[in-house]
Design a protein around this ligand. Structure first.
Ligand code: IVH
Length: 679
């Protein structure tokens, strides 16, 4: 081999390595090397190409940001039109769609559908010739779109070259370009810092970023893409089903939604819709529904199209998450730690599937930034189970004479001074447990399910108890008598007796629960568990200095400071004593072995299906043994523990070859590990 050939071969090998890492990262979601290694390969290729410019090819991974800014986008004609979808806004509408499909296909049995999330971005067509990306175009009016090739080339998850060699010589794929939530938040933070335009939502941000005449700007925007269909294909047969076609695309290095599933008949469509709906808020990107497509391509052909939409597909949409309404007042709410939160009282509006009449404004910085005033028309947003929030004001609808919202100087509940520390966004009532609002929240937290788990002690009851001065602090709960409780609003003898029983039962608890129930700032369940494990006993935690506290896994200086301060306040110690005197008790032990010595240390479990005990209990037990419990299955999962009616998580575990255990199996695993180590 000559020296020239050696350089050529080296450049080729670097490109393949970089493409391979990109594929693992973006398509398989399973990177094999740290970013630093990827960067090193990339710089090496850049350096070689700088020395030998004649070796640069348009599809080299270094050539994503190439050309100069355009004066205007060119026009592209879509030989296969880019269609839209019919919507189904209810289960009935989805059932109608399924019925029409079966009737047209004269099918007696159930139809197989490919189900995938409906991404909230913008449609794109990518054209690959001989495996190289030659053109990217927006949907436009469906027949004529804009040529955005330069911009799309900058999106890292879009391959410039297809993998392998068995692709059709002409392959046009269709998909959605979108901006993942985290990238959207970063982008808006940057825009805010530089005084540039804030984007209302990831969809607008994606559209705005793609339609930049200067590709360098698009390159700086965190865009991503998933493919969901085919356009023109020539020279090579494709698969007989949509799902198999998507698998082919994936194999050629094109990103496809990992949520794609084949479901059979209406009931499985509904189950898929509900499952995605429940996980929607936790996905890395926004979706606005589910698209169901008849999986068989032959069936799709038979069904055909009506006007601009296929008869073989439907978009099942979630209820709208944003609506317009009017701010009727802005009030200030005092939370458990005294944080004073501005809350907008709204003209009630139906959004995200419920009627919303309050929305958080987070803090005064946000109020000022959004310039929300009483009387303003605003966009409210309620996403999943997230607290409704005011997204922005419509200034063009502002009536005359509105006044700015001011932070009150005194707590609206107890009249104590409101303090706002230098550099902190949050303002706090200085009243502490003197403030009835803080007392109420502290007791609500104490009684909550994940804390002391006092059944039948609801928020309304706690508010009555505090308002009527029947209790001052959580310890007083345990002195409550049935006859007094029975006289309260919405209580009777039966529920009073039940509550007294529940209080008696709640006295026996665990150290992590008790510690969490105390409501120490920044001490959530995980921190409470870590502290309990590290120290074994409450008094040991209370006596520890800040640096000793910091030896606990995941406890940093801020948490250590809050814990230390909490146990130095006489009124907190008094409440703890009172609780102990009232019979609140938990087993204590010696400090636990170091985390890595625990029998299940380093293992990750996922729980799914109906299990014989509450999930929290199983979770507590597993984490006490050193394991992590995750919400979704990935290659990093060691075991999926399945109960009755396990669904997609079990399928995913099987697909990934992850271990599957039933509850008995879990017990045996735990027992086996114990036999091998800790008694
Ligand atoms: S299929 C002929 N699948 O929704 C079928 N579309 O309302 C073409 N969209 O313009 C579309 N996610 O931009 C399909 N998984 C998905 C989708 C999806 C988002 C968008 C697409 C389309 C619009 C139609």
């Amino acid at each position: 081999m000559t020296a020239d050939q050696a350089i050529r071969a080296k450049v080729q090998r670097l490109r393949e390595q970089i493409e391979d890492h990109n594929y693992r990262y973006y398509v398989l979601d399973d990177p094999q090397v740290p970013d630093s290694e990827f960067d090193r390969l990339f710089r090496e290729l850049q350096a070689l190409e700088a020395g030998y410019p004649e070796l640069i090819t348009p599809d080299s991974p270094t050539q994503r940001v190439g050309g100069a800014p355009l004066a205007a986008f060119g026009e592209v004609t879509h030989r296969v039109p880019m269609l839209s979808l019919d919507n189904a806004l209810s289960t009935e509408a989805l059932a109608d769609f399924d019925r029409r499909v079966r009737e047209r296909l004269e099918r007696d049995g159930e139809v197989r559908y490919a189900a995938e999330p409906k991404l909230d971005g913008l449609a794109i067509s990518l054209r690959y010739e001989q495996g190289s990306l030659v053109q990217a175009a927006t949907r436009g009016d469906g027949t004529h779109g804009e040529n955005v090739t330069q911009n799309v080339r900058t999106i890292s998850s879009v391959p410039l070259r297809l993998r392998g060699s068995d692709w059709p010589p002409l392959l046009e794929v269709r998909g959605e370009i979108f901006m993942p939530r985290a990238g959207f938040d970063d982008l808006n933070a940057r825009q805010r810092a530089s005084g540039d335009k804030i984007f209302a939502n990831p969809r607008n941000a994606a559209a705005g970023s793609l339609r930049q005449l200067d590709p360098a700007i698009t390159a700086s925007r965190p865009l991503a893409m998933f493919c969901y269909g085919l356009g023109e294909v020539d020279g090579h047969p494709m698969a007989p089903t949509h799902s198999a076609n998507m698998a082919l695309l994936r194999g050629w290095g094109l990103p496809v939604s990992p949520e794609l599933r084949v479901v059979i008949g209406l009931p499985e469509c509904i189950a898929y819709f509900d499952d995605i709906g429940a996980r929607r808020a936790h996905l890395a990107y926004e979706i606005d529904g589910v698209v169901f497509k008849v999986d068989s391509i032959a069936d799709q052909r038979q069904l055909g199209f009506v006007s601009r939409a296929p008869r073989w597909a439907i978009a099942s949409k979630f209820p709208a998450q944003e609506e317009l309404t009017v701010v009727e007042a802005v009030e200030f709410q005092v939370g458990r730690t005294g944080a004073v939160t501005p809350v907008a009282r709204l003209k009630p509006v139906f959004v995200g599937g419920v009627t919303v009449s309050n929305a958080t404004l987070h803090n005064m910085d946000e109020v000022q930034r959004k310039d929300v005033r009483v009387g303003d028309t605003v966009i409210v947003r309620r996403a999943g189970d997230v607290i409704p929030e005011v997204v922005r004001v419509l200034p063009e609808r502002r009536p005359a004479g509105t006044r700015k919202v001011e932070l009150p100087a005194q707590c609206p509940v107890c009249g104590s001074d409101i303090e706002r520390l230098e550099g902190e966004a949050v303002a706090r009532c200085s009243g502490g447990l003197y403030c009835a609002a803080q007392r109420k929240e502290a007791v609500k937290h104490f009684a909550s399910r994940r804390a002391m788990d006092i059944e039948g002690l609801g928020d309304k009851l706690i508010e009555q108890l505090i308002d009527q001065s029947l209790i001052e602090d959580p310890a007083d709960l345990f002195m409550l008598q049935a006859d007094l409780l029975a006289g309260l609003e919405r209580m009777g003898e039966k529920s009073a007796a039940n509550l007294v029983g529940a209080l008696r039962k709640a006295r026996t608890t665990t150290l992590p629960r008790f510690l969490y129930a105390l409501g120490i700032r920044e001490v959530g369940e995980a921190t409470a568990q870590a502290l309990a494990r590290q120290f074994g006993a409450l008094d040991a935690i209370g006596a520890a200095e800040e640096d000793t506290l910091q030896q606990t896994p995941d406890v940093g200086p801020v948490v250590a400071h809050h814990v230390h301060t909490f146990f130095r306040q006489p009124h907190n110690l008094a409440v703890i004593n009172k609780l102990r005197e009232a019979g609140v008790d938990w087993p204590e032990g010696p400090p636990a072995p170091m985390a890595e010595e625990l029998p299940l240390a380093g293992m990750t479990f996922v729980l799914t299906g109906a299990l014989s005990e509450p999930r929290d209990r199983i979770k507590e037990r597993l984490s006490a043994l050193g394991a992590k419990v995750a919400g979704s299955v990935s290659k990093k999962t060691d075991y999926v523990v399945v109960g009755e009616d396990a669904g997609s998580k079990l399928d995913k575990a099987r697909a990934l070859g992850v271990g599957v255990l039933d509850e008995d199996g879990l017990k045996r695993l735990i027992a086996g590990d114990f036999a091998g180590g800790v008694p």
